[in-house]
Design a protein around this ligand. Structure first.
Ligand SMILES: NCC(=O)CCC(=O)O
Ligand SMILES: [Mg+2]
Length: 324
């Protein structure tokens, strides 16, 4: 008796495998995170993120032009704020001439069609390194939401297409949506970090922005990695409040959550493949322990297969190089 189904027939060669491939990766899948610093002529490598850089505004301009030429159409901006501009109120976060606001204008001037997303959270601006206003060692929710809403409006005023609140305060999507509508930014979108876990994979990112918490951790606002149904609850609430895109973060360890959401909701889902995921592979590849490109493609394919519509990834340029 021969096997009733020879599934290997559809794996026989490259051509047939590509005919039946279910998950395709393209430059359209990616959002490129970019780190911006003060100064000029600065392109500095982040120590714990090999081959990833912080750019001053002049070099940011070159970088976004080159991203656009590669077919990458969306960036997510983060700024590294000098210590002397940090406080417990987010003053610099809402400065209309602040580094973020300038970075938005720089990108839009360089490549007007680039879709510009911006990080909305107080940690880079906070003297405590927390995502909101701190009182008695606790991040206070509603007062933080007020500042986040002003921050979102100031990003929209500078030209941002979409704001991306990453703070995990309760109710902040509604605060942002109302503020944007009231100020006339009806077409400014919101990508909510709706299921953001209190993860140890963010370490290198905090080096990149010098934004590590000065006391404690972020477990009173980011989600417990042990929780699954809570991610659905969080995400459904953010959709009700007006999120256009929702997010699961980090990526690889949380693909069960991505699939749960995909089965449950109809708005686009983004996944943030975070700094620790990037650095782990860079480090292993540098040792010769893993094949960088093969593992990277396998990872982004797995993220998309799980149900991601978009991937924010430090690998975006590397992936596009492989694709072309
Ligand atoms: N709010 C953005 C992040 O926290 C990024 C984390 C990472 O890349 O590790
Ligand atoms: Mg929430």
């Amino acid at each position: 008796m021969y096997p009733l189904r020879r599934n290997r027939r559809l794996r026989f060669n490259h051509a047939v495998r590509s005919l039946v491939r279910e998950t395709l990766i393209s430059p359209n899948d990616f959002i490129v995170p970019l780190f911006v610093v003060e100064g000029s002529g600065v392109k500095e490598e982040i120590a714990s993120m090999p081959d990833y850089y912080r750019y001053s505004l002049d070099l940011l301009e070159h970088e976004v032009k080159s991203l656009w030429e590669m077919g990458l159409k969306s960036v997510l901006l983060f700024v590294k704020v000098p210590d002397n501009l940090k406080d417990n109120k987010g003053t610099e976060a809402i400065n209309k001439d602040g580094l973020m606001q300038q970075a938005i204008k720089t990108v839009k001037n360089a490549v007007p069609d680039m879709y510009v997303m911006t990080d909305v959270a107080l940690d880079p601006y906070s003297s405590y390194g927390h995502d909101g206003i701190v009182k008695d060692q606790y991040v206070i929710n509603d007062e933080t939401c007020d500042v986040l809403a002003q921050m979102a409006v100031s990003h929209a005023a500078a030209g941002a297409d979409m704001v991306a609140p990453s703070d995990m305060m309760d109710g902040r999507i509604l605060y942002l949506r109302e503020a944007l509508e009231e100020e006339g930014y009806k077409n400014t979108g919101i990508m909510s970090y709706s299921a953001k876990y209190a993860s140890a994979f963010y370490g290198p990112f905090r080096d990149a922005l010098d934004s590590a918490p000065g006391f404690g951790d972020k477990k009173t606002y980011q989600m417990d990695p042990a929780n699954r149904t809570e991610a659905i609850r969080e995400t459904l609430m953010d959709i009700d409040e007006g999120a256009d895109i929702v997010m699961v973060k980090p990526g690889l360890c949380y693909l069960d959550i991505v699939r749960d959401l995909k089965n449950e909701i109809e708005v686009p889902i983004s996944v943030y493949q975070v700094s620790g995921e990037y650095s782990m592979l860079k480090a292993a590849a540098a040792q010769g322990w893993l094949d960088h490109d093969a593992v990277m493609m396998e990872q982004v394919t797995a993220i998309k297969r799980a149900g991601a519509d978009l991937i924010a990834s430090y690998f975006a340029k590397d992936v596009v190089r492989i694709l072309s």
